[in-house]
Design a protein around this ligand. Sequence first.
Ligand code: NAP
Ligand code: ZN
Length: 359
Amino acid sequence: MAMSPAEEHPQKAFGWAARDTTGVLSPFNFSRRSTGPKDVSIKILYCGVCHSDLHFLKNEWGFSVYPLVPGHEIVGVVTQVGSSVRKFRVGDTVAVGCMVGGCDECDECINKRESYCRNSILTYNHIYHDGTRTYGGYSDKLVVEEHYVLRFPDGLPMAAGAPLLCAGITVYSPMRYFGLSQPGTHLGVVGLGGLGHVAVKFAKAFGVKVTVISTSPGKQKEAMEELGADAFIVSRDEEQMKAAMATMDGIIDTVSAQHSLLPLLDLLKYHGKLIMVGAPPEPLDLPIFPLLIGRKLVAGSATGGIEETQEMLDFASKHNITADVEVIPMKYINVAMERLAKGDVKYRFVIDIANTLPA
Ligand code: NAP
Ligand code: ZN
């Protein structure tokens, strides 16, 4: 019989887990493996709350396994390193994002695109090499193979920097890969949430012109005055959408729910690119004619490689890019999830793990 999560490894660990599709989180005792030769052990200080955590908690994508400890925007401090670890020392501030392992030998891993490894191991709700389940950052500690640990730049605030580990890399990577980070590009950002608001900040740091496309007119002032967007369109306002037709070189779509793609394709210039990073559980309708006529491209993108994530963190540090965060205690998490589901957060919840996790 398989051992219980609390007994399968030698190190006691504590976090909050959902037990079923209600997604309600509550205290959970489990365990972590001991620090292997290539491992870094981390005391978790902060963990961001991504909309993917909410999709997973409620099994909206259909592959959640309970108990489920979410969290993949992790910042912490190294408490122990294995004998062959070279990059990190005890006391270093480090970060962990969406993956904690991979095959390390496929084309994707060799070419530093680890997030596309077919055997990529997610930080939670996945099976690790040793056959045990992975549990995420809504917990006190984590043991991660050195290769998947990031150096968290000195001077980058920890709580506000944590969301870069998922939200940041998920928007940074496609902007670079699809050639949307050149100065002079006009980029649309759809959905001004956790991903969307950092997309605006990175795009502005690249020297790109940014138009936010949002369902929330109330976000306009902040988007333009504080985040630095050049323009703001309310997607439900046909006149505004019409006026912006055929003006954008690319669009990053961060929307977490059902929405129409045709109005977004219409915003693109000919040969423009619509990049989907939001992950709505249900399929979206994709009209083909606008693609043919304007040779437009629709693509997807999943987080980013480890080296690229480090590059993104260093870039963020250099340009003072962090998320706008509401730091919360662990016990607030179920309310935070209800608020996230309603879009009531500006723009990322981050859990103060170190000070509030112990029950
Ligand atoms: P979030 O903070 O909830 O932001 C999503 C935003 O989408 C909302 O703030 C809202 O912006 C807009 N929106 C929500 N419902 C909408 C609807 N029905 N129609 C139109 N717009 C709507 O979520 P997030 O953490 O940024 O994550 C966004 C999505 O990206 C999630 O599906 C998440 O799972 C996915 N994700 C993907 C990756 C990847 O690797 N590809 C990585 C991380 C997250 P407005 O108020 O401005 O309209
Ligand atoms: Zn995420």
